[in-house]
Design a protein around this ligand. Structure first.
Ligand SMILES: *[C@@H]1O[C@H](CO)[C@@H](O)[C@H](O)[C@H]1NC(C)=O
Ligand SMILES: *[C@@H]1O[C@H](CO)[C@@H](O)[C@H](O)[C@H]1NC(C)=O
Ligand SMILES: *[C@@H]1O[C@H](CO)[C@@H](O)[C@H](O)[C@H]1NC(C)=O
Ligand SMILES: *[C@@H]1O[C@H](CO)[C@@H](O)[C@H](O)[C@H]1NC(C)=O
Ligand SMILES: *[C@@H]1O[C@H](CO)[C@@H](O)[C@H](O)[C@H]1NC(C)=O
Ligand SMILES: *[C@@H]1O[C@H](CO)[C@@H](O)[C@H](O)[C@H]1NC(C)=O
Length: 575
């Protein structure tokens, strides 16, 4: 029996430290991101462990010793947290931030100086749109550990303003979220390099004039460090953008391009056809009895909004992002789903009783001539999602699955951490994952999941009625962004690839030591960020393409550091 939380996990599949969650989450999922501020813990998001979806008390990855301990050794016990008092408003010249603030807030960070030797660099992992604590394993054994060890560097995890405990305002009201822009957070990161004093190393001059600072970020943070390198080249000597998304895109229907191109072909074909059948009914037969019949087949007759219904039955294809090479961080749900939908055998005998109704819907949708082949595939699709209705149980199905609830959205205390990333995507980044593929193509999710639907939260939580100002981001280069000592590392199968420099169709760049351009074979979302202890490493893990990328990163960072030394001694001589 699949539990409620487990099934609803389909909405939030993205594993703890992966982030960039889907753009239209039902309120029941957002509620799990409400944190108990008093104990500074709780909040729940599904995360992944040994291949199964597990519910943990860990927010986007908020403090949960159990969860972190499950990642081998509890890094939260190894690394004390520190704060740097940082200006809330770096741009008193910009009316966007009126009324301005002269205040400061505590920007949180952790560091490890175990491998540091005088003259070594500072390696900063930018936390992005999550609680920074969830990134600690990367300091302990992931990319920060690896780079710090390779370069005698000092490793840092730096939280992004508003996330975790780095909160500059007394609440998250729309007005008080005005300081939550990428520009302000970038300015924090530059301020950090110029002002931090590391405990126990107070006598060391870590200022960027004398010490090379290297930034690393994955996903949103990948775009973030690319912008950081371009806007603050004197503070950050180099940057690695992993699965970076430098192009802000309002209608990000291409999120599903990677699944369409690299997913098992039969899975893609039958997902498309089933989705088209669903749309031929939800859109083509809107208002007819067939809409209710369709919802009933899925055991979801009481979901009021058609798009909420469509959104409840598309988690399988969404699962690709959560696939990881590290079994403790991975969900295989995408492939489980694909095996089921691609199968021409009936996978759930119980769905036999639905065949007549399903066949009628297939015919009404105009697929009558393919009924013999489609019937089992559609029933398998139905069977995959059926447990959700049952798991919702006696609760109102809208309570379980709807994205509409103006009362919920009006809450704005700092406990409502679900407001943060949506505020960023409603104002600047976009990435609404819709079914809006061009006319003539069949989408992998329903076309009822359109811009209007995906931006409910923008209107109801923030009173934002216009598309995001993506130009605020894209003016820095977007797809064309490049800069000396800025590396791009992407995954071939990553759904976020379409918002970055490795997007399919963009001209290939030449990979150089200064501007490395690496596409990791068959990899998904920032697969180079994570690592294993030496005693966990096997012939297969990490997989060769990941290990290779990590090795390359250490090599080009060392080359960048040599350049720093050279330029630096040169400057000294000239003086
Ligand atoms: C995951 O691990 C737990 C604890 O070892 C175990 O009880 C559970 O059955 C495992 N789940 C799967 C799907 O292997
Ligand atoms: C850092 O700042 C946060 C928020 O102000 C506070 O809760 C926490 O105790 C501070 N931590 C330290 C080590 O000072
Ligand atoms: C504010 O000043 C910064 C430099 O400190 C500059 O980059 C930015 O363009 C200015 N913004 C406005 C709106 O004038
Ligand atoms: C749907 O709503 C009706 C009327 O309130 C109720 O009788 C029925 O049990 C509900 N069905 C499900 C599956 O929730
Ligand atoms: C929403 O914004 C508009 C202007 O953009 C304003 O007129 C209206 O009062 C706002 N509504 C709320 C509830 O704040
Ligand atoms: C593996 O190495 C880590 C880090 O050195 C250590 O904490 C852990 O106990 C080791 N695990 C085993 C099974 O030896």
């Amino acid at each position: 029996m699949v539990g409620y939380s487990q099934v609803l996990g389909l909405f939030g599949l993205v594993a703890a430290a992966q982030a960039l969650q889907r753009s239209s989450l039902p309120i029941s999922e957002l509620k799990k991101q409400v944190r108990c501020v008093a104990s500074f813990a709780v909040a729940t998001v599904s995360s992944i462990s040994n291949g199964s979806i597990e519910l943990t008390h860990d927010g986007e990855q908020i403090r949960d010793p159990y969860k972190l301990r499950a990642r081998d050794v509890d890094p939260a016990l190894l690394y004390p947290e520190y704060n740097l008092s940082t200006p809330i408003d770096h741009f008193h010249n910009d009316s966007l931030y009126e009324p301005h603030s002269d205040g400061k807030f505590n920007l949180r960070y952790w560091f490890d100086a175990k491998y540091y030797k005088p003259g070594g660099p500072v390696i900063v992992l930018c936390g992005g749109e999550t609680d920074g604590e969830g990134r600690l394993p990367f300091l302990q054994k992931g990319i920060v550990y690896q780079l710090a060890k390779a370069t005698n560097g000092l490793g840092v995890i730096l939280e992004h303003r508003y996330y975790g405990s780095s909160i500059p305002t007394k609440d998250f009201s729309t007005e008080n979220l005005r300081f939550l822009t990428t520009d302000q957070a970038l300015a924090d990161t530059a301020y950090f390099a110029n002002n931090v004093k590391f405990a126990g190393l107070e006598d060391v001059d870590f200022s960027p004039k004398t010490t090379p600072w290297i930034a690393y970020g994955g996903s949103y943070a990948g775009a973030f460090v690319a912008l950081l390198r371009k806007l603050y080249p004197d503070d950050y000597w180099g940057a690695i953008s992993s699965s970076g998304v430098p192009e802000a895109i309002w209608d990000y229907y291409k999120y599903f391009e990677a699944a369409a191109v690299y997913g098992p072909p039969a899975c893609v074909e039958y997902t498309r056809k089933t989705t088209d059948i669903i749309d031929k009914i939800l859109i083509g037969k809107k208002g007819s009895k067939y809409v209710g019949q369709l919802k009933s087949v899925f055991g979801l007759p009481n979901i009021t909004h058609d798009a909420d219904f469509a959104s409840t039955i598309n988690g399988g294809i969404y699962g690709l992002q959560s696939y990881n090479w590290d079994p403790t961080q991975s969900s295989d749900e995408f492939f489980n789903y694909c095996d089921i939908v691609a199968s021409d055998k009936l996978k759930y005998p119980k769905t036999e009783s639905l065949r007549e109704s399903v066949n009628e819907l297939i015919t009404v949708a105009g697929y009558g001539d393919e009924i013999d082949t489609l019937s089992n595939h559609v029933l398998n699709y139905v069977g995959y999602y059926l447990p959700q209705g049952a798991a919702c149980g006696n609760e109102d199905q809208d309570e379980c699955f709807s994205t509409y609830d103006t009362e919920f959205y009006s809450q704005d205390s700092i406990a409502q951490s679900w407001r943060l990333w949506p505020y960023q995507y409603c104002t600047q980044w976009g990435y609404l994952q819709t079914g809006n593929v061009p006319e003539g193509e069949l989408p992998l999710i329903s076309r009822t999941i359109d811009l209007e639907y995906s931006s409910v939260i923008c209107r109801d939580a923030f009173n934002i009625t216009k598309p995001a100002n993506t130009e605020a981001i894209n003016k820095y280069g977007g797809f064309e962004l490049s800069y000396p000592r800025l590396a791009w590392v992407d995954g071939e199968w990553d759904p976020w690839r379409a918002a970055g420099v490795h997007a399919i169709g963009l001209p290939e760049r030449e990979s150089t030591t200064s501007e490395p351009y690496i596409l990791i074979d068959k990899a998904v979302h920032h697969w180079d960020e994570n690592g294993l202890f030496p005693n966990q490493t096997t012939a297969e893990l990490p997989p060769a393409p990941v290990a290779e990328a990590q090795k390359e990163e250490a090599i080009f960072v060392k080359a960048w550091l040599k350049e720093f030394k050279k330029e630096h001694s040169h400057c000294k001589k000239e003086r």
